[in-house]
Design a binder for this molecule. Structure first.
Ligand SMILES: [Fe+2]
Length: 433
């Protein structure tokens, strides 16, 4: 972007001379400095994204992806998508916000565009009117816009977050909501979806710990599509698997979701042909059984610790923060127990398939199990983040019980993917597209 006038800090220090080109790095380093005038008044973007560009970017994402192409062939309506892309630019300044989003966080932008795309096809498959579909698309694209104002050092961190870092991440729905509230006539339902996209139906989400039907419908759609995209992009696609393989994980993780949202989501993933393994390497398969067993031992360790803590916490007059953790644990516990993946009989059954040399059945089941375990571990990590964010701020004894869990969690190394297994996945043992 280019400065259209001299840019001064609030203390009248010259930051950029008129006409200078401001890179993303410059923008990042100065965006928290209080300025004499709002940043947007000082700059013009050299090239702003237009509706056609956005349409083109969605089309490219779909074209590049086998699963999205299958969904597109069944549900897409070009004129509806075109309307969605045009609608977003009808609001003042959104072209600049969308452009800044695209150039400053291209990966997050692409991820959000996939969420927007799935929210739009969900709207079509559910036969919603154009206006409702457009709202879902806009909310899908902008739900994480608040992350632009949180340091990439935190958002891109690979290891476990500190309590303070997690507390900062948890602010992004509020930051995004406030940012969009300043856009004239920005649709209320889109703003609410941005604000509530990390709430959970049982109250264990953030930022406002809303429950059940207190959470707006659009927020729940964006939330579920966000999860679908994250698991697909990070876990399934890199090893050549399809979106349809996500079905057991979706079913495991959506207790209490409205039926229409769940069935609409399943309708999307089910229209993708399941991935079929074309080449089973027996040695890798045995390693996969062992790795899955290690993952199971890992979650069972925390499951036992948390079950013990739960038994020690008295239900009467629980402080709000302790109640929050108790609810979150109950949800996680229900997810684990209802799927049965913590039971020894679950692994025994997989081992029986191994002894019976039923390789195809074993392979399919072990992969589903592994995905479910990884999802549980992800949720366990979120739970840990919640606990470690709340404990330093609280003096109540009930919350202190959870310290045992944080100590065990920090001290326990998650099983790493065996090298042989990673090589096998990298060799794409699934059907060619
Ligand atoms: Fe988010």
């Amino acid at each position: 972007m280019t400065a259209t006038g001299d840019i001064y800090s609030a203390r009248k220090r010259l930051l950029f001379k008129s006409g200078s080109v401001i890179s993303i790095e410059d923008y990042e380093s100065h965006r928290k400095t209080p300025l004499l005038h709002p940043f947007e008044e000082y700059v013009t973007l050299v090239e702003k994204i237009a509706p056609n560009d956005l349409y083109q970017k969605v089309s490219e994402l779909v074209e590049d992806d086998h699963s999205l192409r299958s969904i597109d062939q069944k549900f897409a309506q070009r004129e509806v998508l075109s309307g969605c892309c045009k609608k977003i630019f009808q609001y003042p300044r959104l072209d600049e916000i969308v452009t800044l989003f695209f150039i400053s966080r291209p990966q997050l932008f692409a991820q959000s565009l996939r969420v927007a795309y799935l929210a739009y096809v969900f709207g079509i498959s559910s036969k919603y009117p154009q206006e409702k579909i457009e709202a879902l698309f806009i909310a899908g694209l902008l739900h994480d816009i608040g992350l632009l104002f949180i340091s990439p050092k935190i958002t891109n961190k690979v290891g476990k977050l500190t309590g303070e870092e997690w507390a900062k991440i948890q602010l992004h729905p509020i930051i995004g909501y406030k940012m969009l509230r300043n856009v004239d006539n920005f649709p209320l339902e889109c703003g609410r979806a941005v604000l509530d996209h990390h709430e959970c139906v049982d109250g264990s989400g953030y930022c406002r710990n809303k429950k059940g039907d207190e959470i707006h419908w659009e927020a729940l759609v964006v939330s579920i599509m966000d999860d679908v995209v994250a698991i697909y992009q990070n876990k399934l696609k890199p090893i050549g698997r399809n979106l349809s393989d996500l079905e057991p994980t979706i079913l495991m993780n959506t207790h209490g979701y409205p039926r229409d949202i769940l069935s609409g989501t399943l309708a999307l993933v089910k229209c993708v042909e399941p991935s079929v393994v074309k080449r089973i390497d027996l040695q890798s398969l045995h390693v996969m059984v062992e790795y899955t067993y290690q993952q199971q031992l890992y979650i069972n360790k925390f499951f036992d610790v948390l079950t013990t803590i739960d038994g020690q916490i008295k239900e009467i007059n629980l402080a709000k923060d302790a109640q929050l953790l108790k609810d979150a644990w109950e949800r996680l516990s229900m997810t684990i127990t209802s799927s049965g993946i913590n039971e020894s009989s679950y692994m025994e059954w997989l081992l029986r398939l191994e002894s019976e040399e039923d390789w195809i059945e074993l392979y399919t089941e072990i992969e589903f199990t592994r995905l479910m375990l990884e999802e549980v571990i992800y949720e366990m990590n979120n739970f840990y983040n919640n606990v470690s964010g709340l404990i330093p701020k609280s003096k109540n004894d009930d919350l202190n019980n959870y310290k045992v869990f944080t100590h065990v969690y920090m001290a326990t190394q998650r099983p790493t993917v065996p090298e042989m297994l990673q090589k096998y996945w990298d060799s794409h043992p699934y059907d060619e597209e």
